[in-house]
Ligand binder design. Structure first.
Ligand code: SF4
Length: 356
């Protein structure tokens, strides 16, 4: 049985558990009028979504689906597969998430699906049991599609795909099925930001809301603490492409995210994340209207205690400096959630996590 592990949240409805949908699972709903949004509906209509699924699965055979470029046949072996995921996605759980950014959580929650494993290896990962030890259950695309529809039936505002980079084919296949069965929520691609251009091309016109991390403003630091090469270069290229596809974040009349880019940056102790470099990039090369969640909730997790610079929480002045820099660079569209330390008791432990 796969639990969502958000029991700490005071929910007014049952926690969703894979294979035990608490709602009516009649997926016979048929589509009527075709709206222009969410974006994937247009690709469903013209057959392009089906073609993307086929191309994505073909890419599993010489994997270039993230910036690692393992080039392994993931349908045949897991040897050399950094993300340790083969033909089927592994999922830890799903739930309406009330701790995400305001435009995502709204009043009914962001319909969040937590994928197991990760293409990064952050030593400070908050979810290391899931991302690096593989807690979760292998599921079919049909089951993933049912999860999406269950979240929709609960009234969630979007489908929030957490750590999706290594499971793009499985996500596309599930989206195809779910859209045929009546899914009408926008997809949020909630990524560590180490995505390949090949994967992003597959997602063009499918994803409405990109939410990448920008973890480090230099690749040497990223290599030391996330065990990944050329993170900064790959991350900048990915964010440029995401912004090209969807633009700045737009909201509907209720303040809910409709389409666009939302960037997360976790300020690290001792300025290890090179915050000014990240902010300068966003302001100069993306847009000063970038919606930015500048996160202050760093606390040592997993192996962080082995690294002296990461072994203690972020000092308040470190975050204040980051806020000052954001203002200096003209980035004023900052997420206004209550700060982590004010509400940690009521939030699931995955919120704002580093996808290690
Ligand atoms: S998704 Fe990334 S980490 Fe996984 S096998 Fe492909 S290139 Fe490697």
């Amino acid at each position: 049985m796969l639990n969502c592990q958000i029991q700490a949240i005071p929910l007014s409805f049952p926690i969703l558990v894979y294979g035990e949908s608490p709602v009516n699972s009649d997926f016979s709903e048929t589509r009527s009028a075709v709206p222009a949004w969410p974006a994937y509906l247009a690709l469903l209509d013209n057959g392009e979504l089906e073609r993307r699924v086929a191309e994505a699965y073909a890419r599993l055979e010489d994997c270039d689906l993230c910036a690692r470029y393992c080039r392994v046949h993931r349908r045949q072996t897991l040897k050399g597969v950094v993300c340790r995921t083969g033909e089927r996605a592994v999922v830890h759980g799903c739930c309406p998430h009330h701790g995400e950014e305001n435009p995502l959580r709204g009043w009914a929650g962001s319909g969040t699906i937590f994928f197991t494993w990760c293409n990064l290896r952050c030593v400070f990962c908050q979810n290391w049991e899931i991302s690096q030890q593989g807690e979760g259950q292998e599921i079919t695309s049909e089951a993933l599609a049912r999860m999406m529809l269950d979240l929709q039936r609960h009234g969630c505002h979007n489908i929030n795909l957490v750590t999706p980079s290594h499971v793009v084919p499985q996500i596309l296949a599930a989206t195809l099925l779910a859209a045929r069965w009546g899914l009408r929520l926008p997809l949020v691609y909630n990524t560590g930001g180490y995505d390949s251009p090949e994967a992003l091309a597959l997602l063009d016109g499918v994803v409405d809301i990109y939410m990448p991390d920008m973890k480090f403003g230099d690749s040497t630091t990223a290599h030391r603490y996330s065990h990944v090469r050329n993170y900064w270069e790959a991350n900048q290229a990915a964010v440029r492409e995401m912004h090209r596809q969807v633009g700045d974040l737009t909201l509907d009349e209720h303040g809910l995210a409709r389409r666009g880019l939302l960037v997360r940056h976790l300020v690290l102790p001792g300025d290890l994340a090179n915050t000014e470099t990240v902010l300068a990039f966003l302001a100069r090369e993306i847009s000063t209207d970038t919606y930015l969640n500048l996160m202050d909730q760093y606390h040592p997790c997993y192996k962080a205690g082995d690294y002296p610079l990461l072994a203690h929480p972020l000092a308040p002045e470190g975050y204040e400096q980051a806020l000052r820099l954001a203002e200096e660079y003209g980035l004023r569209r900052l997420d206004q959630r209550q700060r982590w330390r004010e509400s940690a008791e009521s939030m699931p432990r995955m919120i704002g996590a580093s996808r290690g």
